[in-house]
Design a protein around this ligand. Sequence first.
Ligand SMILES: CC(C)(COP(=O)(O)OP(=O)(O)OC[C@H]1O[C@@H](n2cnc3c(N)ncnc32)[C@H](O)[C@@H]1OP(=O)(O)O)[C@@H](O)C(=O)NCCC(=O)NCCS
Length: 171
Amino acid sequence: MPPEDEPKVEIKLCSENDLVLLNKAIPEPGYHERRFASQQDGKASYLLAWQNGVPVGHLLIKWEGSGPQVNKYLPDTPELNAIGVWPPKNRSKGIGGQLIEKAEGMAKEKGFKQVALAVEIDNSRAKELYEKLGYMDWGHGEYIDEWVEKGDDGEETQHKDPCYYLVKNLE
Ligand SMILES: CC(C)(COP(=O)(O)OP(=O)(O)OC[C@H]1O[C@@H](n2cnc3c(N)ncnc32)[C@H](O)[C@@H]1OP(=O)(O)O)[C@@H](O)C(=O)NCCC(=O)NCCS
């Protein structure tokens, strides 16, 4: 979509006061609270995209990177994580791209020379977007994204998702 047609979106760091509206607009029990908590711990920044006073997207910058599996090859490389635009009718309007651009700018300001992200092997549309934005395969094969999903009932489900791992030079 040409930039002049992109919807007016404001991208801001999540604050505690945003959580009520965020859970209303993008309901997922505990998801936003966990990401906000990692921001409070100084390990991450949780960016929200707002349109007409409603949250329509999110992105978590994990400043310490993706963990040992990756950090041995890519030290000092923050991970862009939890990228999503909601509801699905808001996609393909440039919001995801704007969230990523803002995250890259913040990483650059902090002196990082590159950022990276994982994308599930079957998510070819998202991969296409990242490649359009200049992300390239990291060159070390498949990356297994291991994460724990907490259900409404507190039950935990372990996920191990095969992903491509992509990196972008910010210099
Ligand atoms: C991937 C995602 C964050 C991109 O945000 P977006 O606002 O749609 O992205 P932009 O408008 O800036 O760029 C659009 C491009 O994103 C890609 N895309 C990926 N998934 C898409 C989807 N479900 N719908 C529309 N576009 C999608 C396409 O390459 C698209 O290009 P096109 O419009 O020329 O077809 C968003 O589509 C989304 O939330 N998808 C579902 C969750 C997800 O897959 N997250 C990524 C995890 S790694």
